[in-house]
Structure formats: C-alpha cells, structure tokens
Design a protein around this ligand. Structure first.
Ligand code: AP5
Ligand code: MG
Length: 208
C-alpha cells in the first residue's frame, strides 16, 4: 500500500506518519526533513525553506527521484509526507509508481483550521536525537527528553503564516485531483492524536 499524507503546516502529518509507518511497516519519506538536509548543503535552498517558501517544483522532483531511485525500492509500501505539494509532483509520483505496476492507494488529507495551526506550531519541538515530534501544549515530552529539544527555523509566527499561504496557493489543488482519482480520504485533523490515528486506520480498513 502506498499512501500520501497531505495537509497544511502543523496539521499533524509527521505525527501521524510516524504512527502509520510503525504500525503498517511502511517506508517513511518525509519531504520536510529531506528539504532541511538539502538546505544544510545549499544556501539558496536554506533561504527558501527558512522563509517558508517551496523549493521549485521540478528541482525538488529531481532530488526526490534521485534519492528514491538510489534506494531501489519496490515502489510499494511507501508513505509520502509532504511530497507531492504541486500537481506536477503528484503526476510525477503516479507515473513513477506506475512504471513498476504500482499506484497511490490513498491521499490522506488532514483538515485543520489556521488558528489551530498557529497554536500548534509555535509550541512544536523536536528531539534532535530521536527525531520525535513533541508539543509543549498538546504533546509534552517526557522529562528525560527535554534536553535535546529544538525549534524549527520556519516555526516563527510570520513564517508560519507564509507557509499557510503557500499551502493554499500550491498544494490544495492536489485535493481535487485526488478526489477525481477516487482516492481522497478527508480526515478531521483537529481531534486528539489518538483519535486522528484511529480514524485513518478505520478508513484504510474500509478500503481493503
Ligand atoms: P515540512 O517539514 O513538510 O513542513 P509543513 O508541511 O509545513 O508541515 P510540518 O512538518 O510543519 O507539520 P506537520 O503537518 O508534519 O505537523 P506535525 O506532525 O509536526 O516542509 C518544510 C519545508 O520543506 C517546506 O516549507 C518547503 O520549503 C520544503 N518542502 C517540503 N516538501 C516540499 C516539496 N514537495 N516541494 C518543494 N518544497 C518542499 O505536528 C505539528 C505540531 O502539532 C507538533 O507539535 C505535534 O506534536 C502537534 N500535534 C500533531 N497532531 C496533533 C493533534 N491531533 N492534536 C494536538 N496537537 C497535535
Ligand atoms: Mg512534518
């Protein structure tokens, strides 16, 4: 099963993706982490990511396909978080999977309001050692993990607003495409982490 998890910044893509990848045994591709790694080596990309903009669509696709091809995956049981973010990237992914007779089984769209996004992202923290996502308000880390916590460069209020704008401008259109393809799975992302996870799992079960 190949899944795409899509939603505005802070909608819980990474949080749910970690749970889904663990419980379904999927290869987890996180485009945000991938982009931040590109940014470390490339000052132009760093500037784009830090201001909340998207890496040019084709350039990103070139990097992603190079990375995925090098992994020599069977092109099944992959969970894509944050890629695609443009229609061209969605089309590329469908073609890339079709080359090996595979397809996207579901596009999970987490719906969350702008107010909730801002509330969540200003309190988000990462554990540098484990990559686990926490939230000072909604998902506090255990005491022993509090030393490694860091905040993302793009989680400043002004940049968060820009990321929401960029999401609406570029990525929302994929929802319509997925609907036409009959694989859209809209999920209320404002419920608790556990409730959202249960809702996704229930919907995936219905599909089988
Ligand atoms: P990316 O890292 O993917 O950023 P994003 O889409 O803005 O999403 P986030 O990672 O901020 O949020 P999330 O939905 O994963 O939420 P999380 O689970 O952390 O991309 C970063 C940048 O990379 C882009 O801006 C761009 O520059 C570049 N890039 C990436 N992909 C690209 C592409 N395809 N093309 C071009 N450029 C690309 O949760 C957020 C917080 O809320 C956490 O603190 C969490 O604990 C908490 N939380 C989660 N769920 C709940 C819940 N149900 N209730 C309460 N709190 C919750
Ligand atoms: Mg994320």
């Amino acid at each position: 099963m190949n899944l795409i998890i899509l939603g505005p910044p802070g909608s819980g893509k990474g949080t749910q993706a970690q749970l889904l990848a663990d419980s379904l045994g999927l290869f987890y591709f996180e485009s945000g982490e991938f982009s931040r790694n590109l940014a470390k080596k490339n000052p132009r990309i760093r500037e784009i990511v830090n201001r909340g903009d998207l890496i040019p669509e084709e350039e990103m696709t070139n990097h992603v396909s190079e990375y995925l091809n090098a992994k020599a995956l069977e092109r099944q049981n992959i969970l894509f978080d944050g890629y695609p973010r443009f229609i061209s990237q969605y089309k590329f992914l469908k073609k890339w999977l079709a080359e090996k007779g595979q397809k996207v089984d579901a596009v999970i769209f987490l719906e969350v309001s702008d107010e909730e996004i801002i509330r969540r992202l200003s309190a988000r923290r990462y554990d540098k050692a484990t990559g686990k996502i926490y939230n000072l308000i909604t998902q506090p880390p255990p005491k022993e993990e509090r030393v490694n916590l860091f905040q993302r460069e793009d989680d400043k209020p002004k940049v968060i607003k820009e990321r929401i704008r960029v999401f609406k401008q570029n990525t929302l259109a994929i929802i319509d495409e997925a609907q036409k393809d009959g694989i859209l799975m809209k999920i209320d992302g404002e419920e608790t982490i556990e409730a959202v996870f249960k809702a996704i799992m229930a919907r995936l079960k219905q599909k089988q």
